[in-house]
Design a protein. Structure first.
Length: 301
């Protein structure tokens, strides 16, 4: 890695750590949204560096759809033990059982949209006033509109026209009593920055990010892993493919990519030549032209 890129990564790291510390200085009860995916793993790593040698001074929250990749859940639990963090798990199934969320029907039901309900129920219970997230502006066009301090109202909804200016890296944490902020310390990072930083820092990841053989079905140009939550049509069949994942989410809507990349160097080379965005394989983003923005306005991450 050349000295220019090393300096670039260190500048991004310093900015992210500054944002994390600034948030903790302004709010009373922050929480870090953690899924076991690469961006939330990097976020936890940055939080550890921000407060070392002390523990991370806020809990980690995973909004669990129940449709997760087993590798991600196993990694999540092992990492939480290793870093001695406090993990809180909000179950979408609990929201469904209570009747506050309604399960989708059909051959490809996703619980991604239901996460907003479970997230806000956790906010009501624990009274958090800020939630760190690993979203980045390069992921999706709705993400590009997001401020680093993203103001949300008492219902967790996002109004892109009601956000504060962030001139000279000054962040306005003032809010009404029931409002809160979603805070995105790696907002200015790219997918390449994340992978380069993971290599630089020697950060461990779930095996699912690296090349492996898996049974998948091609549906609407998305490779979906074999699971118990989707129903195949008569003209569909699972086949074994060599794949990996660029992003992790609900198994019913997170697509894999055909790939032989088995090392970090391989992945970095692959990302450098990619012509499809990181979320290009997410079926939930294809449901409408503004699918992500609609979910964010409902309280999504």
């Amino acid at each position: 890695m050349n000295s220019y890129y090393l300096s670039h990564l260190k500048q991004l790291e310093a900015e992210a750590i500054h944002i994390i510390r600034e948030t903790v200085a302004q709010v009373d009860k922050p929480v870090l949204l953690f899924s076991g995916g690469k961006d939330s793993i990097v976020m936890a790593h940055l939080a550890r560096k921000a407060f070392y040698p002390a523990r991370i001074p806020f809990p980690l929250l995973h909004v669990d759809t129940g449709h997760n990749f087993p590798e991600a859940i196993e990694f999540r639990d092992n990492m939480v033990k290793e870093i001695n963090a406090n993990l809180i798990v909000g179950l979408v199934q609990d929201s469904i059982d209570k009747g506050t969320a309604i399960e989708e029907k059909g051959p490809n039901p996703s619980r991604n949209r239901l996460q907003s309900v479970t997230l806000m129920e956790a906010f009501d219970e624990y009274k958090w006033d800020a939630a760190f997230g690993g979203a980045r502006r390069d992921e999706e066009k709705a993400r590009a509109k997001e401020r680093i301090f993203s103001h949300r109202d008492e219902f967790g909804t996002w109004d892109p026209k009601n956000q504060r200016p962030e001139l000279w890296s000054l962040y306005n944490g003032k809010k009404d009593t029931d409002d809160h902020f979603r805070v995105f310390p790696i907002s200015n990072w790219t997918e390449m920055d994340v992978w380069q930083y993971i290599k630089l820092e020697g950060i461990e990841l779930p095996s699912i990010y690296f090349s492996h053989e898996r049974e998948v079905v091609l549906r609407d140009n998305v490779l979906l892993a074999k699971n118990d939550f989707i129903t195949l049509s008569e003209d569909e069949a699972y086949e074994k493919r060599i794949i990996r994942y660029r992003t992790l989410g609900d198994m019913t809507c997170t697509g894999a990519v055909a790939s032989d990349a088995s090392t970090l160097d391989d992945i970095i080379q692959e990302v450098a030549s990619a012509r499809v965005t990181e979320r290009g394989g997410r079926a939930d983003d294809k449901r409408s032209e503004a699918a992500m923005e609609e979910r964010k306005k409902e309280g999504y991450f």
